[in-house]
Design a protein around this ligand. Structure first.
Ligand SMILES: NC(=O)c1ccc[n+]([C@@H]2O[C@H](COP(=O)([O-])OP(=O)(O)OC[C@H]3O[C@@H](n4cnc5c(N)ncnc54)[C@H](O)[C@@H]3O)[C@@H](O)[C@H]2O)c1
Length: 396
């Protein structure tokens, strides 16, 4: 009699910051119908102002999902969790540039001390792969051309300096201890579930409310826009096919000045420049342009969004980022809708009810989701329980 082979145990992934904008999309994707099917995920999130447990409602009942409310700076908790996992994908960070200009202490604590706490525990627990999510902002500002991963780090804001420090700490554990650390540096993300202090959801909610949008300086600062679907695909490629000790840029291939972006959002919301745009004093130390060279990739797949994004009047310049349903406020309300200009076969708009985003425009705070005050712990299988207006992550 032939014994039936037992199914392989799922890879147990600890995802930090999984209640935030990008981390939650990563978790929903991996545990969703198009996910790899061989993973169990524990989200570790402190639930700061930027973390919303409702972002994870879609996967809460998944047998491979667990949530732990906690701080990445807590060595005891982090050490215990590391012992129960195979891999780490580290999103948790203080992510908003303007807040870091107001005060950088929390950025140093979470982004630097927190990353060190995690990576040191990962090393001690024998974690197999540690993917550290970073940003193009660590390179500084570039007037022409694009940065390869080998470009020196020249960060300018307290946010990007703290991220650059965390990159170096993470990579030092590869060089010193041989830990399999992989770093991704991506450009500005956009997509649904984006916290409305960031430029796209802030401008859209303002415009839908009939308010003005604040445009920094001369509006000439240029950012590359990357849809979260494409970012998540890039991270997965790095997690599954990347190499230890390597850094991978991930870009969207859609560069827009803030003025161009504003024009697109005005058009989409049926607003006009004269009545809806207010030029405001430029951000201190505002980086002029970011641009990552995305030609390097694991196993030859380009870590950038499809070329279709670069279609323009003459096919020579981007017209609009692949517009998702940016804010749920417009969904199903008969109001102005922002829909993808050109649906991608891989693209999926959040299928479930958008959690009370309608509450955003008024107070810019997350609505209280049901059970939000209680940390949710859904055990994963086969183991014990486991400010001011703004543009970057990162902007307004
Ligand atoms: N959003 C972008 O455009 C962008 C671009 C490049 C890189 N990144 C990087 O991607 C990562 C995710 O960005 P995001 O936009 O999703 O951020 P976000 O601000 O939406 O989410 C951050 C999450 O981390 C959690 N968190 C914060 N401090 C914590 C702590 N001490 N312990 C545990 N959890 C904590 C928050 O509660 C939140 O859920 C960050 O590392 C950021 O630097 C973001």
């Amino acid at each position: 009699m032939t014994a039936t082979p037992s199914p392989a145990a799922p890879t147990r992934i600890l995802v930090t910051g999984g209640a935030g904008f990008i981390g939650s999309h990563y978790v929903r994707t991996l545990l969703g119908p198009e996910g790899p099917g061989d993973v169990a995920i524990t989200v570790l999130d402190k639930l700061t102002y930027a973390g919303n447990p409702a972002n994870l409602d879609e996967v809460r009942a998944h047998p491979g999902f667990a949530f732990v409310q906690g701080d990445i700076c807590d060595p005891e908790l982090v050490g215990k969790l590391m012992a129960e996992h195979d891999q780490v994908v580290h999103f948790a960070a203080e992510s908003h540039v303007d807040r870091s200009i107001d005060g950088g202490a929390e950025f140093v604590r979470t982004n630097v001390v927190g990353t060190h706490t995690l990576i040191d525990a990962a090393h001690r627990a024998g974690i197999k792969t540690f993917v550290h999510i970073s940003t193009d902002e660590v390179y500084g500002s570039i007037d022409e051309g694009s940065w390869p991963e080998t470009h020196p780090l020249e960060p300018n804001s307290p946010y990007s300096s703290a991220k650059a420090s965390s990159d170096l700490i993470a990579l030092s554990y590869h060089r010193t201890h041989g830990l399999d650390v992989r770093v991704t540096r991506c450009s500005n993300n956009y997509g649904h579930h984006h916290f409305p202090e960031k430029v796209i959801p802030l401008f859209v909610t303002n415009l839908l409310d009939g308010k003005k949008v604040p445009l920094y300086g001369d509006g000439g600062n240029v950012r590359d826009w990357l849809h979260i679907d494409d970012h998540v695909q890039g991270i997965e490629l790095v997690r599954t096919k990347g190499r230890a000790g390597e850094v991978y840029n991930i870009g969207g291939g859609t560069e827009l000045s803030n003025k161009e972006l504003t024009g697109l959002l005005l058009k989409a919301c049926g607003a006009d420049w004269e009545t809806s745009v207010e030029y405001v004093e430029d951000r201190k130390g505002h980086d002029r342009r970011y641009s990552v060279d995305c030609t390097k990739s694991p196993r030859g797949t380009r870590l950038r969004a499809p070329q279709e994004l670069r279609a323009g009047p003459r096919g020579d310049r981007p017209v609009v980022p692949r517009q998702p349903c940016l804010v749920g406020a417009a969904e199903g309300t008969g109001g102005p809708q922002l829909t993808r200009r050109r649906p991608s076969p891989r693209a999926r708009v959040h299928p479930g009810p958008v959690p009370a985003f309608g509450a955003w425009p008024g107070d810019r705070r997350w609505p209280e989701p049901s059970g939000a005050s209680e940390p949710c712990r859904t055990p994963a299988p086969s183991r014990t329980p486991a400010p001011s207006p703004t543009e970057d992550e990162e902007e307004p």
